[in-house]
Design a protein around this ligand. Structure first.
Ligand code: DGP
Length: 114
């Protein structure tokens, strides 16, 4: 599997502003934030896209949301609200092929998305 920039963040080969970590998950601030709070929550396991999620990953995917919920509370956006997004492949706007959950908040989100 090809290495991505996120593998390098996991391996501490490049720096990131890390806000959460456990054995399975890492979360860090997006380098190009689209909201006052923009955190990427990623599995350490290198799953390229939603399409590659395996049934054995079900608990891991759930843990991404548990981490996102905790980070939202720590960032003070749990009550005001936030958006979580997985982009998938070209039309989904995915640029980094290591599964990541965007956690966006601190401003009102638009719907529908562009
Ligand atoms: P997506 O388009 O869903 O694949 O989102 C990729 C996000 O990753 C994008 O919002 C910018 C962010 N990103 C890309 N490279 C880096 C990096 O080196 N560091 C950090 N912190 N974020 C990055």
């Amino acid at each position: 599997m090809s290495e991505t920039i996120f593998s390098k963040i996991i391996n501490r080969e490049i720096a990131a502003d890390i806000v959460f970590e456990n054995d399975r998950i890492l979360a860090f601030r997006d380098i190009n934030p689209q909201a006052p709070v923009h955190v990427l929550v990623i599995p350490k396991k290198p799953i390229p896209t939603i399409n590659a999620i395996d049934p054995e990953d079900v608990a891991l995917i759930g843990e991404l949301f548990i981490a996102a919920r905790q980070i939202a509370a720590e960032e003070g956006i749990d009550e005001s609200g936030y958006r979580t997004v997985f982009n998938c492949n070209r039309d989904g706007g995915q640029e980094v092929y290591h599964l990541h959950l965007h956690l966006l908040g601190g401003r009102a989100m638009q719907w529908p998305p562009g």
